[in-house]
Ligand binder design. Structure first.
Ligand SMILES: Nc1nc2c(c(=O)[nH]1)N[C@H]1C(S)=C(S)[C@@H](COP(=O)(O)O)O[C@H]1N2
Ligand SMILES: [Mo]
Length: 231
């Protein structure tokens, strides 16, 4: 290890320790944080639900959970917004950036038991996209479509909540490729598998179409507060 790298990792350690964060190296800096977990357990969200859903513990930052990555190319990226809509769209990355942008601190909850609190995602809200394509009244579901055929189904009502977005930045920088960059869906009020990485499309649908994990035993809806983990 070079001296500067050593110094950098020591600085990181000190920063975290000062923030009261338990630090352990587990293939990186991923730590289930008992203090943050206890803090979050004492908090209530504006909607009256506990900040931390049952059975979850807090991780200090987003972890890379794998999956079959999509292309890293920004120039070739296309996001199709289609299905049960009056005016389907195919957005380039540049066009996505030209739409009204939203930044939100969001909590995400993985079905395996970790949560990340207050990750600052930036992107375009789903309601904004829905407005532009003029979703038909017959639509009832949204299918998030991603590279290599990964999909995640979300009831339209959930997808139209104001915090649901198509994100291209997190924590003030480009969304890392391992976390779904260039673009991912973020559906914070459902388990994190519903937040499709390497997004290629948003399809509005009349019918419910169970997605990649939903046909492999995960719950069809996936509400963390009801612990809808497995179907
Ligand atoms: N395209 C795609 N999206 C995906 C997945 C995947 O395998 N492929 N895994 C899901 C699961 S199970 C989780 S927990 C989160 C993990 O996101 P992260 O790697 O940014 O933590 O992405 C979700 N989105
Ligand atoms: Mo997951």
């Amino acid at each position: 290890m070079t001296e500067s790298k050593d110094r950098e990792s020591r600085r990181r350690f000190i920063r975290r320790a000062a923030a009261g964060t338990a630090v352990a190296a587990l293939g990186g800096w991923y730590v289930l944080d008992d203090e943050l977990t206890a803090e979050a357990r004492a908090q209530v969200r504006p909607d009256g639900r506990p900040r931390l859903p049952p059975g979850q513990r807090v991780l200090s930052e987003l972890r890379e959970m794998g999956g079959q990555m999509g292309s890293a190319s920004l120039s070739e990226l296309r996001i199709r917004v289609h299905g049960e809509v009056e005016a389907p769209l195919i957005l380039t990355f540049r066009e996505l950036l030209e739409l009204p942008q939203t930044e939100r601190a969001l909590d995400v909850h993985c079905v395996t038991g970790w949560s990340v609190l207050g990750a600052r995602f930036e992107g375009v809200t789903l309601t904004e996209l829905a407005r532009r394509v003029r979703v038909k009244s017959s639509a009832r579901h949204v299918v998030f479509e991603a590279a290599h055929g990964y999909t995640a189904n979300v009831p339209l009502r959930e997808a139209m909540r104001e915090e649901v977005m198509v994100a291209h930045r997190v924590g003030g920088r480009r969304l890392p490729r391992a976390n779904g960059g260039p673009v991912r869906g973020v559906v914070p009020n459902l388990y994190f598998w519903k937040s499709a990485k390497w997004l290629t499309g948003i399809r509005f649908s009349r019918r419910d179409v169970p997605g990649y994990w939903e046909v492999r035993g995960y719950h069809n809806v996936g509400d963390p507060w009801r612990e809808q983990r497995y179907g």
